[in-house]
Design a protein around this ligand. Structure first.
Ligand SMILES: Cc1cc2nc3c(=O)[nH]c(=O)nc-3n(C[C@H](O)[C@H](O)[C@H](O)COP(=O)(O)OP(=O)(O)OC[C@H]3O[C@@H](n4cnc5c(N)ncnc54)[C@H](O)[C@@H]3O)c2cc1C
Length: 349
């Protein structure tokens, strides 16, 4: 292929934006990059997951290859976010104390190695002693973690991408191949579309949370005996607090349920230390409903070679962990592109 080449990235969620920024670092002067998406950070579609995320980082214990791979991506993202929060104050990322209280810990939480695999890298990580646990709680930990004001962080990434010369286009693709026709000389399309656009293994996990004005200074997660989870996540830059949350597989209801809101807030009153000036009442900003883009078998990170020597590099299906894995996934996608010689290696500054 001769002449200037354009790399097309599909998706302006946290994965598309993080990946596009990583790709930009490796572009040669004969290459440019175009980010194409149906939704951008100011949009509020229920099908655009990123602006609805809490978001905080809470490790997921496990010893399966998938769990270990995600643990590695999460660890790299943690280190990267530490750097971002220290150097880019407007990014919407802040480090706070994280606490977990589990009433009925699943087996992987009781397996020392599984816990070690995913928690040991966290600043100040320690298991809580029996006498430190609230009534009814069987397992607890505390550590330093980050919280993200998700729409602010996505807008921050988009701004950086544009400042570095990236082009953007709002467009809804009918299929993946169409992306090759959106610019001249497209050899590589990077598919960070959340659900993959054409993947039958993709499914959604509905999440309902409630954004309130009441402040908290920690992110606390509590697992209840009935298997449900409660959490509070402070949103940096005075963004309020997210009270969560549900995980409902294949539930396509776009409307918030008032009963769910009531249950989430009632649990939050019991378990989370909101300051007394709120008088036990919540100042609700809005209900949130979003669809986590999940995939059977986990995320797809794969370079698909087409018959005409073009490539679709896939990076989607992050489910409930898109922010936590974002930098690691972006690096893994770029590593694949380097391996296939779709980009040239350059030292990271
Ligand atoms: C309530 C809730 C709480 C969450 N909490 C957390 C948390 O605490 N921590 C965490 O890490 N994650 C959390 N998540 C999950 C997180 O939001 C997702 O994993 C993440 O946003 C996925 O990012 P993405 O870029 O893959 O997809 P998306 O953000 O959905 O972006 C997909 C992009 O592809 C574009 N696109 C799709 N189809 C087309 C098409 N046909 N043509 C053009 N463009 C297209 C979309 O417009 C969009 O720009 C939460 C999610 C929800 C809903």
């Amino acid at each position: 292929m001769s002449g200037r080449e354009t790399i097309v990235v599909i998706g302006a969620g946290v994965l598309g934006l993080s990946t596009a920024l990583c790709i930009q670092h490796h572009l040669e002067f004969t290459q440019s990059i175009l980010l194409v998406a149906r939704d951008f950070p100011a949009d509020t579609s229920v099908n655009y997951a990123s602006p609805w995320a809490g978001a905080h980082y809470r490790p997921v214990p496990g010893s399966s290859p998938q769990a270990l791979k995600e643990a590695n991506q999460a660890q790299r993202t943690y280190d990267f976010f530490k750097h971002v929060s220290a150097h880019e104050p407007g990014s919407g990322i802040e480090f706070v104390q994280g606490i977990e209280h589990l009433e009925a810990p699943p087996p992987e939480y009781l397996d020392k190695q599984s816990v070690q695999n995913v928690y040991s890298h966290l600043d100040g990580f320690r298991a809580l002693q029996k006498e430190e646990l609230p009534a009814g709680v069987k397992w607890g930990v505390q550590y330093g973690t980050y919280v993200v004001n998700s729409p602010v962080y996505c807008a921050h990434l988009l701004r950086k991408f544009v400042l570095k010369g990236g082009e953007v286009r709002q467009y809804t693709l009918a299929n993946l191949k169409e992306a090759f026709s959106l610019a001249t000389n497209v050899r590589t399309v990077v598919n960070c579309s959340g659900t993959g656009i054409e993947d039958l293994k993709s499914f959604i996990i509905r999440g309902q949370t409630c954004l309130v004005r009441n402040p908290v200074s920690q992110t606390i997660t509590r697992q209840n005996t009935d298997g449900s989870w409660s959490f509070c996540i402070p949103r940096p830059l005075d963004g309020g607090t997210i009270i969560g949350g549900t995980k409902e597989l294949n539930n396509w209801d776009p409307n918030p349920s008032p009963e769910t809101r009531q249950r989430l807030l009632a649990n939050a009153t019991k378990w989370f230390p909101f300051t007394s000036e709120s008088g036990g009442k919540f100042d609700v900003i809005r209900d949130i409903v979003g669809r986590r883009p999940a995939r059977e078998g986990g995320m797809r990170i794969e370079a698909e070679k087409l018959a005409d020597d073009r490539y679709i590099v896939h990076g989607y299906g992050a489910g409930g962990r898109g922010f936590e894995l974002s930098r690691g996934v972006a690096e893994d996608i770029v590593a694949l592109m380097l391996e296939k010689r779709l980009l040239r290696a350059k030292a990271l500054l």
